[in-house]
Design a binder for this molecule. Structure first.
Ligand code: NDP
Length: 248
């Protein structure tokens, strides 16, 4: 039997990039998967791929910053698929600029999506997971949340915030057998977030990666799959860097 057979997962920002790879990996492992993003058609494309992998799927247009929309999604998932047993907080955005040029709205948008979005979604799944006395909450942070990055103060703050948030939640929910962990990817090109970088910028980044290559969405999905599975039952409050050694 597939490892995640019978489990119901929600992947936020599952419409493309790393989120889509995570949705497909969880489905390949036997989970039924609900994906959300603001763009309904793109989310539906992932749901179609999940269904082609043989899993039940559901997709919705949801803005993770909107608690009401998130609450409706969790209820719908619970009614139609069951669970949820696994939440992957993957939705994220960047609005890069140096501090002196960063607009307040760019600070707010990044913190709202990347950090408040994880709060909203985690709060919505916590009740059913507590009732079930089991669950997995996995948030996608970034190496930038660990070591910082000039021009990304808002993004780094949101991603560092996810780590503190997850460790606190891990302590709160441990007695209910719910684990809460973080995956911190390094540089994963060719997603919506990184597709615009020049070759020179990519080469510059690779100079700081001991394994001398970028990561892939599938390698991030591997880590998420492990943290979603029973194999990680004794792992909570941890940050797993999938970064080619960048932050060792
Ligand atoms: P993409 O831009 O390709 O995907 C981002 C996803 O998030 C999309 O599905 C997008 O859909 C969704 N999203 C954005 N805002 C919202 C919102 N308010 N509500 C719901 N969904 C939303 O990025 P990546 O795949 O590269 O990144 C995925 C995660 O991995 C992010 O959290 C990112 O910070 C993190 N990460 C990425 C790295 C990389 O190098 N690529 C490195 C380290 C971390 P839509 O726009 O339709 O809402």
């Amino acid at each position: 039997m597939a490892e995640l057979s019978g489990k119901i997962a929600i992947v936020t920002g599952g419409s493309r990039g790393i989120g889509r790879a995570i949705a497909l990996r969880l489905a390949a492992s036997g989970a039924d998967v609900a994906v959300c993003a603001r763009n309904a058609e793109a989310a539906a494309e992932t749901a179609t791929l999940v269904a082609q992998a043989g899993a039940r799927s559901l997709s919705r247009s949801v803005d993770v910053t909107d608690a009401e929309q998130v609450g409706d999604l969790v209820k719908e998932v619970s009614d139609q698929l069951g669970g949820p047993d696994i939440l992957v907080n993957n939705a994220g955005i960047t609005r890069d600029n140096l501090l002196m040029r960063m607009k307040e709205e760019d600070w707010d948008a990044v913190l709202e999506t990347n950090l408040k979005g994880a709060f909203t979604c985690s709060k919505a799944v916590a009740r059913p997971m507590m009732k079930a006395r089991s669950g997995r909450i996995i948030s996608i942070s970034s190496v930038v949340g660990i070591v910082g990055n000039a021009g990304q103060a808002n993004y780094a703050a949101s991603k560092a915030g996810l780590i503190g948030f997850s460790k606190s939640l891990a302590r709160e929910l441990a007695s209910r057998n719910i684990t809460v962990n973080v995956v911190a990817p390094g540089f994963v090109p060719d997603t919506g977030m990184t597709g615009d970088l020049t070759e020179a910028a990519v080469e510059g980044m690779m100079a700081n990666v001991p394994l001398s290559r970028p990561g892939t969405p599938e390698e991030v999905a591997d880590a998420v799959e492990f943290l979603a599975s029973d194999r990680s039952a004794y792992v909570t409050g941890q940050v797993l860097a999938v970064d080619g050694g960048m932050t060792m």
